[in-house]
Design a protein around this ligand. Structure first.
Ligand SMILES: C[S@@+](CC[C@H](N)C(=O)[O-])C[C@H]1O[C@@H](n2cnc3c(N)ncnc32)[C@H](O)[C@@H]1O
Length: 478
């Protein structure tokens, strides 16, 4: 091990150094310093003392990977998952949940102060997840003929098993599948289905699809469940129909322990690695599941978009509604409305909601969900928000009293920010999945007279560095 380099002996790629980890940076990495040089560290927890190997060295910073934890941080915990560290899914499982919440709030604060230049902004405590494990209502696994072998498995697994894997992609290796037998994100039943599916098809000698040669039959296993309704869907995507094998697979999944209420097979010959069939065959059940969000029921088909954390989505929407301080005669515009879940959540409390979204199938789903829930005061428009808000848009939609906006990670186009700023709405609620871009947008909105009242970070994805937040803005003087 080399000593910690000093200013006259710059640290080099390949050097092993000792680092005291100071804080969690964006994107799940940690920060340490060697003299005045910032080092981004993978696999650490703030408060750790580690030895780490430098794998990249630039003028402004270096990147290193933890080799050994010399003194563990008081916030370091044993990860629940056996696949932690190899599977890229839950990068923070080795940090206590309380500490994850602290860092998520810090990141929001940092983005608004540093990027937005919004000093003194009120950032509430992060709203924790109701349940930090078993929170997802959907998992999408892939089959592959290139199994990622762990160092202790090399040379041990037999050749057949090596050529057949069912699990998750190894980060940055789209040709390699990490064999997963227990994931703590969806449900114990979901794990039973995952393992029974692997065993069943392996025993039948059915091949896994190869993304290199585009041959092989099994492509994806998607498991979705209604957290409130208990309904569970298996969507198996294959290259061929395989009628006889599928009949036996259907019989297997009808065993009570799996709790599967519908099995759908999607068949596709496309080279694309998206889990969508060109033809869907329903083997049992009605081909969809239902889920409840607030007072509304949603019908979810194999490929419908739906918030992946049901319980926390309800809390997110409740916070957004509270921030909007709605009145019974309000017209609300729900921009970037997706399948209209926010629109439907608030519709009973206002005069009218107009949802706008670019994705056609999401808009169709929003309309049918509104109808199924008897919400006649909603209207859904398929349009680019930039066009919808353009001065010459020419639509006859009633002007809004309140706007709720929930853009993708890139945030809002400056034309959109400008139009919202000029709208004069009493209140504006910004639901954001990226504090960096929402801080930028809020700084521009301030120039139009919209002040942030407070921000509440909401943890939708425990054990990851992702953070959602609800930003409550008010037109000054209102
Ligand atoms: C974060 S999601 C919003 C989800 C929705 N509000 C919910 O709670 O489920 C962002 C949505 O913005 C849509 N979108 C992205 N760019 C858009 C644009 N330029 N105009 C309209 N919609 C857009 C995406 O299709 C996506 O559904």
């Amino acid at each position: 091990m080399t000593d910690i380099p000093n200013e006259t002996a710059p640290l080099q790629r390949g050097a092993t150094i000792i680092l005291d980890i100071e804080k969690a940076a964006f994107e799940g990495r940690c920060i340490a310093h060697v003299n005045s040089l910032v080092v981004f560290v993978d696999g650490a927890v703030p408060g750790d003392r580690v030895s780490a190997t430098v794998f990249r060295k630039k003028k402004q910073y270096a990147e290193a990977r933890v080799e050994e934890v010399l003194v563990p941080s008081p916030h370091r915990v044993q990860p629940a998952c056996a696949h932690f560290g190899v599977c890229g899914g839950c990068k923070w499982q080795h940090m206590s949940y309380e500490q994850q919440l602290v860092w998520k709030r810090e990141h929001v604060l940092d983005a608004f102060e540093r990027i937005g230049g919004l000093e003194g902004v009120v950032v509430n405590e992060t709203l924790p997840a109701v349940e930090p494990f078993w929170y997802r209502n959907k998992m999408e696994y892939s089959f592959g003929e290139m199994r990622w072998l762990l160092s202790d498995e090399l040379g041990e697994v037999n050749r057949d098993a090596e050529l057949f894997a069912l699990g998750l992609h190894v980060p940055k290796r789209y040709d390699r599948i990490l064999h997963i037998d227990e994931c703590h994100l969806e449900s114990p039943e979901s794990n039973l289905i995952l393992n029974a599916t692997r065993d069943f098809f392996l025993a039948r000698g059915v091949s896994a699809f190869s993304t290199r040669t585009h041959t092989g039959d099994l492509r994806h296993l998607v498991i979705r469940e209604g957290k409130h309704t208990g309904e569970r869907m298996v969507y198996l995507v294959t290259s061929q129909r395989m009628d006889a094998v599928m009949k036996d697979y259907a019989a297997l999944l009808q065993q009570e322990e799996f709790g599967v209420t519908t099995l759908i097979q999607g068949v596709t010959q496309r080279k694309s690695t998206v889990a969508i069939g060109e033809e869907d065959i329903v083997h049992f059940g009605d081909g969809s599941i239902r889920e409840q969000l607030g007072l509304n029921t949603f019908r979810i088909s194999p490929t419908s978009f739906f918030q992946t954390n049901t319980l926390q989505a309800e809390r997110l929407y409740a916070l957004a509604e509270q921030a909007a301080a709605l009145r019974p005669d309000d017209v609300v515009w729900d921009l970037y409305c997706g399948t209209g879940t926010i629109s439907l959540y608030i519709a009973r409390d206002v005069k009218q909601v107009v949802g706008v979204e670019l994705n056609e199938s999401a808009i169709r789903d929003a309309g049918s969900n509104a109808e199924a829930n008897g919400l006649e005061n909603t209207q859904f428009i398929c349009a680019d928000i930039v066009d919808f808000l353009a001065p010459d848009a020419g639509h006859d939609v009633p002007a809004p009293d309140v706007i709720i906006t929930d853009p993708p990670r890139a945030g809002m186009h400056t034309k959109v920010v400008d139009a919202i700023g000029k709208s004069g709405v009493r209140r504006l609620v910004y639901v954001s999945c990226n504090p960096t871009t929402s801080a930028r947008d809020c700084a521009l909105l301030r120039e139009h007279g919209y002040e942030i009242e407070h921000i509440t970070p909401v943890d939708m994805f425990p054990h990851t560095f992702h953070i959602e937040c609800v930003i409550s803005l008010r037109k000054t003087g209102e």
